[in-house]
Design a protein around this ligand. Structure first.
Ligand SMILES: *Cc1c(COP(=O)(O)O)cnc(C)c1O
Length: 404
């Protein structure tokens, strides 16, 4: 089946639900069994059937089945948030005394998890330049257990050479994990590029409507056992309502992503032509950093990118952002609506710092008409220009004459 057919078809079991197309929401803890033998049989198969609410119910099982099919994985595990998926993936494989390699462009809370939870259990983290490629081999120690990738990187959108890094790591017996929230399995299938465990914040594009929290871990057959065991031991039970909404969101993922991509390309191209902008970090844009690798490995792009402004005076970017009509200010992304957020990637990096000439703003381009978004941004840039003008000749010249 092609991916759009998988989106429409996978995980559907109408015959089990009186013909209902979508599996209903099951609010369950106890599952009642008619006999001791039936109970014991269900307990033995608690990871694949319905035994107790915490291990899964028909709605979460349907969602897991559909996402595993889309990602080409053996099975998927649903957990209550994207961060829970990250913690599950890491704890599935590390033991005290281990060492892990993590991309320096990793999602901030993943870094926090490594720097606290993993550190406290005696696991050491080394961050590496996301563009390291085959040189990852030089960082592998006898106790290195896994390599953790995220491509494109959070906030800065470096595209990683996933097949090369994964091959080098697997050749040395390491597990390879990847956060694939940006592309989703609709545009990139990590397991086909040498990754063992793909991590998804379903909160983002799979939910697609900014109204649920959910994570998914998709694993190869070899990696599935430890992943499911870790999620069970952590006690993670995803909310049935959120599983229902995520499965419903998944059905329209393809059409939504195509529009996010088209709108984002239009807005990003417009922004790149503006004199206030130094650089647009959107791998789908020809000429942008990472474009060649992205074009080689990905079949599309989602609607999230960052813009590096030229140097501008204090308050100018705030004036730009505060008056926007169609862009909300807030974290998370992947819903139908546009967002804009001042971000500070330089505060997180420890292994591959790259100074930016001016402030960085991350945009999520939603499903609005791009003409309205661009008009809104144009007014915002006029506000930015007025603040720069008020700041006097030095402020103004900084906006107009900064080197690129
Ligand atoms: C948001 C996000 C997560 C975490 O997802 P939550 O559901 O918010 O916990 C993980 N990875 C990336 C890349 C994200 O952007």
């Amino acid at each position: 089946m092609k991916k759009d057919t998988i989106l429409a078809r996978a995980g559907r079991h109408e015959a089990e639900f009186h013909g209902a197309i979508n599996p209903p929401v099951y609010h369950v803890s106890t599952i009642a069994f008619p006999t001791v033998a039936a109970f014991e049989e269900a307990a033995r198969n608690r990871f694949s059937g319905v035994y107790y609410g915490r291990y899964g119910q028909p709605t979460s099982l349907a969602l897991e089945e559909a996402v595993a099919a889309l990602d080409g994985g053996y099975r998927a595990v649903a957990v209550p948030s994207g961060l829970a998926a990250i913690v599950t993936g890491l704890l599935a494989f590390v033991r005290p005394g281990d060492h892990v390699l993590v991309t320096d462009a990793v999602y901030g809370p993943t870094r926090e998890t490594c720097n606290t939870l993993l550190r406290d259990m005696g696991v050491e983290t080394t961050y590496f330049d996301p563009l390291i490629g085959a040189d990852i081999g030089e960082l592998i120690r006898p106790n290195t257990r896994l390599v953790y990738l995220e491509s494109p990187g959070s906030l800065t959108f470096e595209v990683q050479d996933v097949p090369t890094i994964a091959a080098a790591a697997r050749g040395r017996g390491l597990r390879v994990l990847m956060d694939n929230t940006w592309a989703t399995p609709y545009y990139f299938r990590p397991l086909e590029h040498g990754v063992d465990v793909a991590i998804l914040a379903a909160t983002k594009y799979i939910g697609g409507h900014s109204d649920l929290m959910l994570g998914l871990v998709v694993a190869t057959e070899e990696a599935y056992g430890p992943v499911k065991a870790a999620s069970a031991r952590l006690g993670y039970a995803p909310a049935p309502d959120d599983c229902y909404l995520a499965l419903r969101g998944l059905r329209t993922l393809g059409v939504r992503l195509a529009r996010h991509q088209a709108n984002a390309l239009e807005v990003a191209s417009w922004l790149r032509r503006r004199p206030e902008v130094a650089e647009v970090l959107y791998p789908a844009l020809p000429g942008a950093p990472g474009h060649e690798l992205w074009a080689r490995d990905f079949s599309g792009a989602s609607g999230l990118f960052s813009v590096v402004f030229r140097p501008c005076p204090e308050g100018a970017v705030e004036a730009f952002l505060d008056g926007l009509t169609h862009f909300s200010i807030g974290v998370s992304w992947g819903g139908y609506e546009s967002l804009a957020l001042r971000v500070h990637p330089e505060r997180l990096r420890t292994a591959s710092f790259r100074p930016f000439p001016g402030p960085v703003v991350r945009f999520h381009i939603g499903l609005e008409d791009p003409d309205d978004l661009i008009a809104d941004l144009e007014q915002g840039l006029a506000r930015l220009g007025r603040v720069a003008a008020r700041a006097g000749p030095s402020g103004r010249s900084a906006v107009e004459e900064a080197p690129s």
